[in-house]
Every structure is written in structure tokens, then in C-alpha cells.
Design a protein. Structure first.
Length: 96
């Protein structure tokens, strides 16, 4: 016998999988709103990312697209929060 059972069983399972995929696709179309360029970043991005982008003046997905296109691969680097300077440790104070 071949892996996965007899050919008839494999065909039946494939048909069930196809039917399930069609059903999921139909449900997605009904309940998942389309992404629009005028949507706010907060609607589609994690809160932290949306907050960073909002602070940089990137409020909508259209703004984000324009920023990425204008800056290229370095588009996200300036949006990350800069670490706050830390007080030198005791060891560092006396090392020099």
C-alpha cells in the first residue's frame, strides 16, 4: 500500500482540503477589511511600531510607503527609539 492510504482516500482528503480552503477564503473576504493607503498605521502595525512612526510624522500607510520609498533600506533606522544614556558604573568611574 502506498503512503497515505489507498488512492481513493488521498483523493477524498484532497477534496476536503480544497473545500476547506475555499470556505476560509470566503470567510476572509467577508470579515477581513481590505488594506487601504489612507488607513492609520495603528490599525495594521503593532502599537510600539505605530507609536514610533507617529512620532516621526508617519500617520497613515501612505505616509509609511512614501517614507520607505524615499529612504530605501534605511527607512526604519531613524524611527527606533534612541537608548537613554546610562550613568557610568562604579567600575568605569575608577578605571580611567
Amino acid at each position: 500500500m502506498s503512503p497515505g492510504g489507498p488512492p481513493a482516500n488521498r483523493h477524498c482528503r484532497a477534496s476536503e482540503t480544497d473545500a476547506l480552503q475555499l470556505e476560509v477564503g470566503w470567510l476572509e473576504a467577508m470579515y477581513v477589511p481590505p488594506v487601504l493607503v489612507d488607513d492609520g498605521c495603528r490599525a495594521w502595525l503593532a502599537d510600539t511600531l505605530a507609536t514610533w512612526r507617529g512620532a516621526a510624522g508617519v500617520a497613515t500607510l501612505s505616509d509609511l510607503i512614501n517614507r520607505i520609498n524615499s529612504l530605501g533600506t534605511g527607512a526604519c533606522r531613524p524611527l527606533a527609539p534612541r537608548p537613554t544614556p546610562r550613568e557610568p558604573t562604579t567600575q568605569a568611574k575608577f578605571a580611567g
